[in-house]
Design a protein around this ligand. Structure first.
Ligand SMILES: *Cc1c(COP(=O)(O)O)cnc(C)c1O
Length: 431
């Protein structure tokens, strides 16, 4: 039986898929934080490259992937689709389990899919400097490589607690030439204000975003870049599902259930939206599950309302499921899932009952991660382990029901940079 479904370079999709075109209920507009009016391209232009602002508000179904972006994708794409026979056997389930392996990217996660596109559009427009923030470090890592590739400088504001706890993350960003600063820093008004109040502040994603935006809008030839939540990021990530669609065809199957872990929604949307298109346009039955941490349960426990994307309230107001922009999640190891809100597209789809959500306690995710590593040979990122745990829950239900369901999940990244978390788990120090 075939284990791996591989495409050739030629099969790398030539367009991304924009689900807005097929949504029956369109998402509510994003609002300008000052005027409270629907956001326009020109409102966004001082912050992001023009083409990204256009994509952010686009309703076009397909958007061309530039050749130069496809060329860089060839370094690691198409990524494999794998039938998880080992995991199926260990669970003794009649379910057929497949995963899309985004961990093969040189930076170890799916985040490079959008980083390459964002760096490219900035370069094309003549921008010379990018500024971003990073929490756990994956987004900063991906954008470091992409910025270097397109000849842009990159400054990364890294949440101070991660900066101190994860020296290898800083080292890998430095390898690609990025400058990494702990946030809060004394290089911005936002940072200095916080340091005045508390000189030993450990930082937050909200503060780091505020610092990065402040620098981007005050310096010439500079823009800000964000690695999740926004529509243009989700758009770029649909390359995952578009490839997986062809690969499931090769496998002669179509998923009954699709599962992705959920931080701001980019990898989840990336794998799910191209399949959801079949349900939206042809009524093909499909369950789509977002797996989030119990400690940051925006989709299962949050409220749908307009909220800011950052703690300081500098970003546009987004209509989304949120725990409130000042929510402080517990310090779990899946750093990429510690975000207070869900992107506007997934939020609307959840309201329309087209997307389900499950929240999963940290210990269950590490149990799932180690079973996956033992049976499939890949140590998953703590974030991806949420998708694996949810897959295992569904595979057990399939066993009880005696049904040969087809489950597809996204392996958003590997955990080789997160072994300290595994060490704590083995030492019994996690809760
Ligand atoms: C950042 C990250 C996530 C969470 O972000 P999404 O935008 O929700 O995908 C999940 N997995 C990995 C490996 C990440 O780096």
């Amino acid at each position: 039986m075939t284990k791996k479904f591989l495409l050739s370079e030629n099969d790398i999709p030539r367009q991304w898929y924009n689900i807005v075109a097929d949504m029956k209920t369109k998402p509510l507009p994003m609002l300008h934080p000052g005027t409270k009016q629907p956001l326009t391209v020109s409102d966004l232009e001082p912050i992001f490259a023009r083409e990204l602002c256009i994509q952010e508000l686009s309703q076009e179904r397909y958007i061309d992937i530039p050749d130069a972006v496809r060329e860089v994708y060839k370094i690691y794409r198409p990524t494999p689709l794998v039938r998880a026979f080992g995991l199926e056997k260990a669970l003794d389930t009649p379910a057929h389990i497949y995963f899309k392996n985004e961990s093969v990217s040189p930076v170890g996660s799916h985040k490079l899919n959008s980083a390459i596109a964002q760096a490219y559009y900035n370069k094309e427009q003549g921008i010379r400097h990018l500024i971003t923030e990073t929490g756990a470090g994956q987004w900063g890592t991906a954008l470091s490589f992409a910025s270097h590739y397109f000849g842009l400088t990159l400054k990364v504001y890294m949440v101070k607690v991660s900066f101190e706890q994860k020296p290898y993350r800083k080292a890998i960003m430095n390898t690609w030439g990025a400058e990494v600063l702990p946030s809060p820093s004394d290089t911005t008004n936002a940072g200095r204000k916080i340091l005045e109040k508390n000189p030993v502040a450990s930082g937050s994603l909200g503060t780091a975003i505020s610092e990065a935006i402040e620098v981007a809008i005050s310096q010439p030839d500079s823009r800000y870049a964000l690695g999740s939540v926004l529509n243009h990021v989700v758009l770029h990530q649909t390359i995952i599902g578009l490839e997986a669609e062809k690969q499931m065809e090769m496998a002669g199957a179509f998923p009954d259930i699709i599962i992705g872990c959920f931080g701001g929604g980019s990898n989840f949307s990336g794998i799910a939206f191209p399949f959801l298109r079949h349900q939206l346009t042809k009524g093909t039955p499909l369950r789509i599950i977002a797996a989030e941490p119990s400690s940051c349960p925006k989709l299962t426990r949050g409220e749908f309302q307009y909220d800011f994307g950052d703690e300081a309230g500098m970003t546009p107001l987004l209509p989304m499921f949120t725990l409130g922009h000042t929510f402080q999640p517990a310090d779990i190891h899946a750093g990429g899932l510690r975000y207070h809100g869900a992107g506007t597209l997934v939020s609307q789809l959840k309201r329309d009952n087209l997307v389900e959500a499950q929240n999963i306690p940290q210990l269950e995710t590490f149990e799932a991660a180690t079973l996956f590593a033992k049976t499939e040979g890949i140590v998953p990122a703590p974030e991806s382990a949420h998708a694996i745990a949810s897959t295992i829950r569904e595979a057990r239900i399939a066993k009880e029901e005696g049904s040969a369901k087809t489950i597809l999940f996204n392996l958003s990244g590997h955990g080789i940079m997160d072994l300290a978390a595994y060490a704590q788990y083995y030492a019994g120090e996690l809760n």
